[in-house]
Ligand binder design. Sequence first.
Ligand code: TYD
Length: 206
Amino acid sequence: MKGKFIVFEGIDGSGTTTQIQLIEKLLKDRGVKVHRTAEPTGGVLGSLIRQILNRRLVTLDGASIDPKVTALLFAADRVDHIQNEITPYIEKGITVLSDRYDLSSFVYQGLFTGDVNWVKEINRYAIEPDLLIYLDIDGDSAFERISNNRVFLDAYEKKELLNSYSKLYKKEFEQYRGKNRVQIDGKLTQDEIFNIIKEKIDKLLF
Ligand code: TYD
């Protein structure tokens, strides 16, 4: 039997990374074969993207890379991720958990390019997840968490931006093509969120 493809999404500070790690451990403890991954990936394209996000990679004039270029790189990283990592694992019967996927592009690249329809078009070959888990949190609460936990704030992690991302996430989540999706209040406790996710995953896997 094929493995399932489960995606975790939410703005920075929403808690996706904590939850994906907890779910990975739970499934492993239960003997489910699982592979955890993330986007941007740790591969060549993902590294390029991280350098752009950190502004270590700029144009010859020292300007920021055009958001359309970044959007295409995210889409390319995703196609590569699907072909060379996600699909092979699923085919082997291994469940894949991904920290972020195409919904992130619809939100961030949609906003930065001002053309979400084009962003959706370049992501047309992204396979549909079997389950999308979206942790919904407002920008102010996410900002509090980020500033408590991290020393550095990257360019994305500014409060007012987080609030616009949060609103866009809600909107794009509602329109998302994958039917099996769940929105969870990111302000619930870690345990409460974990239990809701666990229930959803149990339905999918068992
Ligand atoms: P993130 O998950 O925050 O990685 P890390 O915790 O290692 O920094 O991802 C880095 C950033 O990439 C994040 O702020 C959101 C952004 N991003 C996009 O803009 N578009 C995308 O399609 C994806 C997958 C991520």
